[in-house]
Design a protein around this ligand. Structure first.
Ligand SMILES: NC(=O)c1ccc[n+]([C@@H]2O[C@H](COP(=O)([O-])OP(=O)(O)OC[C@H]3O[C@@H](n4cnc5c(N)ncnc54)[C@H](O)[C@@H]3O)[C@@H](O)[C@H]2O)c1
Length: 446
């Protein structure tokens, strides 16, 4: 089938490239001409394992092209995806301006009837609004609107797209349902369940899924704090509950709280929509509160732990101290720093007078755009050299494999705060570190 993909960001590029891989002919459109130029040269603008190969092969087979010309792409294709950003607006709602603008542009460019598939995450009711915009600006042409939310995880996006747990399709017309069945027919041999439903249900499935996963994250972080307070061990606790099939092991690892470009904005947007509908989602509201409380509390714990480890009694213990932040992306295997823990912790410590140096294997460019003043190191060693403390925020394999005995001598003071529980507590003590992790015993050098 022939597809135009409006928006070539994390979702649009992965979706477009993977649809091309399974046999469709895809034109990826983006208004950012530098992105399109880079893609045409074969440069992938984001860090996403495996994506480069998929793009390269699809381009070589002439299944995938890139353009800034939305009108031409719309005219040439019967199915048009909208995969533009829906960031958080200042009032917590989802900012739908790009979706609405794309819908208007599609309508104006249409030369015949089209199927318009909303891939962006949008609140329930948005696809109907998109339908009204298309109707208003589309002249005599008719448009079938489909909601087809995306569940890929950055860092594992290609695998997630090609091996999905389910495909969710919301639509009100049989014609669109049939077109979407045909589009995803290559997944039939894999027995991928297809959830065919209404527009609103499909839209809400996406928010419910993210809110549920965010709830697991917030829950395990609260349990980790309780482990700290009671002397229990979060690793055993997590295993002990996660082995119950009704609960499952995924998303039960303590950390600095959920971040990234989806959970924070989607949980908040869901609470706002629910409040406006006069049926507040109290659990999700608590999750949002719990997550922001967690990261702020961790900020305080980092300061207290470092001060105690240094034997620093001043009421401004971080002044003049050099702190290395290891991992700036919101999770491993991505360069995405949107709502990453680093974007909270680095300014927080810096405000208390610490000199911060950050290291990330992939997010250097992204963090520079967000926090231009942050000093960055080119390697773990460079970040750690002369540091009074190292704070681990992202679970990159490279960071998990740090040889701490070697690092010990590079640091000014042997203090490690690990918000991903990557290292063995006993070994860290044996290696001479003051070591704080989450929901596990605090360790002083032995
Ligand atoms: N990133 C994820 O992991 C993820 C996962 C699932 C769902 N989503 C959802 O998918 C949507 C897209 O997210 P993203 O992370 O890919 O965003 P992104 O910011 O990486 O990409 C959006 C792209 O759309 C382009 N764009 C905006 N308006 C346009 C227009 N009118 N014409 C052409 N191009 C236009 C922008 O230039 C940008 O390149 C959001 O709704 C998001 O919530 C994201």
């Amino acid at each position: 089938m022939k597809i135009a993909m409006i928006g070539t960001g994390y979702v649009g590029l992965v979706t477009g490239a993977c649809l091309a891989k399974i046999g469709h002919r895809v034109t990826c459109v983006d208004q950012d001409s530098s992105k399109v130029r880079a893609l045409r040269r074969g440069n992938i603008p984001i860090y996403e394992p495996g994506l480069e190969t998929v793009v390269e092969q699809a381009v070589a087979k002439k299944k995938l092209t890139f353009t800034t010309d939305l009108a031409k792409a719309v005219k040439a294709n019967d199915i048009v995806f909208i995969a533009v950003g829906t960031p958080q607006a200042s009032d917590g709602r989802s900012d739908l301006r790009d979706v609405e603008a794309a819908a208007k542009q599609i309508a104006k460019a249409a030369n015949k009837s089209k199927i318009v598939v909303v891939k962006s995450t949008v609140p329930a009711g948005t696809c109907k609004r998109v339908g009204r915009i298309l109707g208003k600006h589309g002249g005599e042409h008719t448009f079938d609107v489909v909601s087809n939310p995306e569940f890929l995880r950055e860092g594992d996006a290609v695998n997630d797209f090609l091996d999905p747990d389910r495909i969710v399709i919301g639509t009100a017309t049989e014609r669109a349902a049939n077109a979407m069945r045909k589009l995803y027919a290559p997944f039939e041999p894999q027995d991928v369940p297809l959830v065919l439903t209404s527009l609103e249900t499909s839209e809400l499935i996406k928010y419910s899924a993210n809110a549920f996963l965010a709830t697991k994250v917030a829950f395990i972080n609260e349990m980790a704090n309780l482990c700290d307070a009671t002397g229990a061990d979060i690793e055993a606790l997590s295993r002990g509950i996660g082995l119950d099939n009704r609960i499952g092991r995924a998303f039960l690892k303590p950390g600095p709280g959920y971040g990234g470009s989806c959970f924070p904005k989607d949980t908040l947007a869901l609470t706002v929509q629910a409040q406006e509908a006069d049926c507040p989602v109290r659990i999700v509201e608590s999750v949002v509160d719990s997550n922001s409380f967690h990261i702020r509390r961790l900020g305080r714990r980092i300061t207290d732990f470092c001060a105690a480890s240094w034997g620093e009694t001043s009421n401004v213990p971080l002044v003049g101290k050099r702190i290395a932040i290891l991992g700036l992306a919101f999770k491993a295997n991505t360069d995405d720093v949107r709502s990453a823990a680093s974007t909270v912790i680095a300014p927080l410590l810096s405000k208390q007078g610490a000199e911060i140096v950050g290291y990330d294997p992939a997010a250097d460019k992204a963090i520079t755009e967000l926090i231009p003043t942050l000093e960055r190191a080119k390697s773990i060693e460079e970040a750690i050299k002369g540091a009074d403390a190292a704070i681990v925020l992202t679970e990159w394999a490279e960071i998990g494999a740090i040889d701490w005995p070697t690092m010990h001598d590079l640091m000014r003071q042997p203090v490690v705060v690990d918000l991903r529980n990557l290292y063995n507590t006993v070994k860290m003590a044996q290696n001479g570190f003051y070591y704080l992790s989450l929901g596990r015993p605090h360790i002083a050098p032995v």
